[in-house]
Design a protein around this ligand. Structure first.
Ligand code: G3H
Ligand code: ZN
Length: 308
């Protein structure tokens, strides 16, 4: 069996299997959000280029724009031609109805997000959603979120986020909800400050807390708000127990900057695929660099860091 055959999205390669294998290898699965086919093409091209598995994510807003069933159908079709495992996550899902919609559409995972509610309510609503999606398909991985890391993968003026998650909260939450993976607040934050986009500042994580939460929770851990995080902190966070890393704003920044450049290159150009091809390429470079980092491979400095 060749390496690419072992990585192929076979029925054995469930998301759980891939996460277990990566954990043993000291690596994490990259989760990249998509809003349209340009971003989707870029993420799949990066997975193909690096020969590394990816988790494609779409939040409720992104799913509304793309179409949840349409995205699932496209990913299913891409899977048949791709040599590496590609999975699909219904990111930041705030209702039972949307969780069920994604489960029925064929998503591999659902990020159930009631983290804005008081802890007990978060537990109750998450548990209900876990049971509902597992009844549709028990193989779907259910993620739950605790703590406050702010909202929106956007460029921000000021830092967001509140109290960090504790190991005891993590243990109680996992036990009471039956989730497969937990997304805690460990110094991470959704979005990027302007200084981060310029490459002048980085996010730093509470690495000790990650290790303690991993021990207490005993499940896969997801790091949200990955954009703009210090490379060394990513490496150490993976060693401390992070299994999935979400990146969105970095892709959006690369998308916007390359689209601006592409449009400015020739104001008479009206052929969409000529305008959009360089955009796919720019986003692909960001995704490939992050994937290499999450798998302990050398990273090209000119791509990640300035984000441009
Ligand atoms: O769920 C999506 C992410 O947590 C992305 O966060 O935009 O800071 O990379 P980010
Ligand atoms: Zn997130």
């Amino acid at each position: 069996m060749t390496t690419s055959e072992t990585l192929r999205n076979t029925s054995k390669d469930t998301l759980r299997n891939v996460l277990t294998r990566l954990e043993k290898e000291g690596a994490a699965l990259g989760h990249f959000n998509v809003s349209d086919q340009v971003l989707l093409k870029a993420v799949i091209a990066a997975a193909t280029e690096t020969k590394l598995p990816v988790l494609i994510g779409a939040s409720e807003g992104e799913r509304e724009f793309f179409g949840a069933r349409q995205l699932a159908a496209l990913v299913k079709s891409e899977r048949q031609e791709c040599d590496v495992p590609i999975f699909l996550n219904a990111d930041h899902t705030h209702s039972l109805a949307k969780a069920l919609e994604a489960a029925k559409a064929g998503f591999d995972a659902v990020t159930i997000d009631f983290s804005a509610l008081p802890f007990e309510e978060n537990v109750a609503r998450t548990r209900e959603a876990v049971q509902a999606i597992k009844a549709v398909n028990p193989v779907i991985l259910a993620e739950g979120e605790i703590g406050d890391i702010g909202t929106g993968s956007e460029i921000k003026e000021t830092a967001q986020g509140g109290k960090l998650s504790t190991p005891e909260e993590a243990r109680q939450f996992v036990e009471a909800t039956g989730i497969d993976n937990l997304a805690p607040a460990v110094g991470n934050m959704h979005g990027m400050l302007k200084s981060m986009v310029q490459g002048n500042a980085k996010k730093h994580l509470d690495l000790e807390r990650i290790a303690q939460i991993k021990k207490a929770a005993g499940v896969f851990l997801t790091l949200h708000g990955g954009s703009g995080t210090d490379d060394e902190h990513f490496r150490k966070a993976i060693a401390a127990g992070i299994n999935i890393i979400h990146i969105n704003t970095e892709l959006r920044v690369a998308w916007r900057e390359s689209l601006d450049k592409s449009l400015a290159r020739d104001t008479n150009e009206v052929v969409p695929y000529k305008i959009l091809r360089p955009v796919v390429d720019s986003v692909k470079q960001v995704v490939s660099s992050r994937l290499r980092l999450f798998h302990g491979r050398p990273v090209s400095r000119e791509v990640v860091g300035t984000v441009a």
